[in-house]
Ligand binder design. Structure first.
Ligand SMILES: [Zn+2]
Ligand SMILES: [Zn+2]
Length: 208
C-alpha cells in the first residue's frame, strides 16, 4: 500500500482525484512540532470498540487529512474506524518511532488521548475510574479523605445503573466525592468522569 502523502499518483486512489489537503487538521494531528521524530510516536487507527487496525502510521490517515473521516469499518466487529482523538484531533498514540520490533501486537492500546486526556471510545468504565484514582493521588487533600473517595469510586465502579434507576445512589456518592476532593472532577478529571456520570446526576450536582 502506498502510504506517502499526498499520494504520488492521485489516480491510484480508489475514489479518483483527491481534493487538497487540510493543513490545520495535519497541524492538530501531531503532538509535537516535527513529530514524527526520535521521541515521537507513530499514529494508530482503531475501531470504536478497540480493535487495532494499524499501529505504525507515519503520515495521517489520508481520509482524515482530506476532511472526510471515513476510515471504513472494522473487519472484526463492523464499528467505525477512528484515526484521531474525537475531542482534539491528535493522532491516536501508536508505536514509538524508536520501536525496534515494529509489531502491532506490541502496542498497549491507549485508553486516553495523550494531549487532552479525553477517554477514547473503547475505554471502559473501569479504565475511567482508574484514571480518576490516578488523579486522586495527585490531589492536595488528606489521606483519610482520599481513602473515603477511593471507597466511593469502588462502589460506583460496581454500581449497575439498572439497580439505581433514579440515580439516587450515584448522586449521593458523586456528591460525597466532590465534598472530599473538590478539584477531582475538574480539568482532566472532568473528561474521565464525563461519561461516568449520568446527565441528570451531573445537573443535580451542578457539574454542567
Ligand atoms: Zn472492531
Ligand atoms: Zn485529544
Amino acid at each position: 500500500m502506498d502510504r506517502s502523502y499526498p499520494p504520488k499518483d492521485p489516480r491510484a486512489h480508489p475514489e479518483g482525484a483527491l481534493p487538497p489537503p487540510r493543513p490545520e487538521a495535519i497541524a492538530r494531528f501531531w503532538r509535537h512540532e516535527g513529530e514524527p521524530g526520535i521521541r515521537g510516536y507513530r499514529a494508530a487507527t482503531v475501531c470504536r470498540r478497540g480493535h487495532l487496525q494499524e499501529a505504525d502510521l507515519v503520515v495521517p490517515p489520508e481520509y482524515l487529512v482530506l476532511g472526510d473521516s471515513d476510515l471504513g469499518k472494522c473487519s472484526r466487529c463492523g464499528a467505525d474506524v477512528l484515526g484521531a482523538c474525537q475531542e482534539c484531533g491528535l493522532r491516536i498514540r501508536g508505536l514509538p518511532i524508536s520501536h525496534a520490533h515494529n509489531k502491532d501486537t506490541d502496542l498497549a492500546l491507549p485508553k486516553f488521548c495523550d494531549r487532552c486526556g479525553h477517554p477514547h471510545p473503547w475505554s471502559t468504565r473501569q479504565d475511567r475510574i482508574f484514571e480518576l484514582e490516578n488523579l486522586l493521588d495527585q490531589q492536595d487533600i488528606d489521606e483519610a479523605d482520599k481513602d473515603v473517595v477511593r471507597e466511593h469510586l469502588a462502589r460506583l465502579q460496581a454500581l449497575d445503573p439498572i439497580d439505581d434507576p433514579e440515580g439516587k445512589e450515584a448522586r449521593k456518592r458523586w456528591g460525597a466525592i466532590i465534598k472530599r476532593a473538590p478539584e477531582l472532577l475538574k480539568g482532566a478529571g472532568s473528561k474521565a468522569a464525563e461519561t461516568l456520570i449520568d446527565i441528570g446526576v451531573r445537573r443535580a450536582l451542578g457539574l454542567d
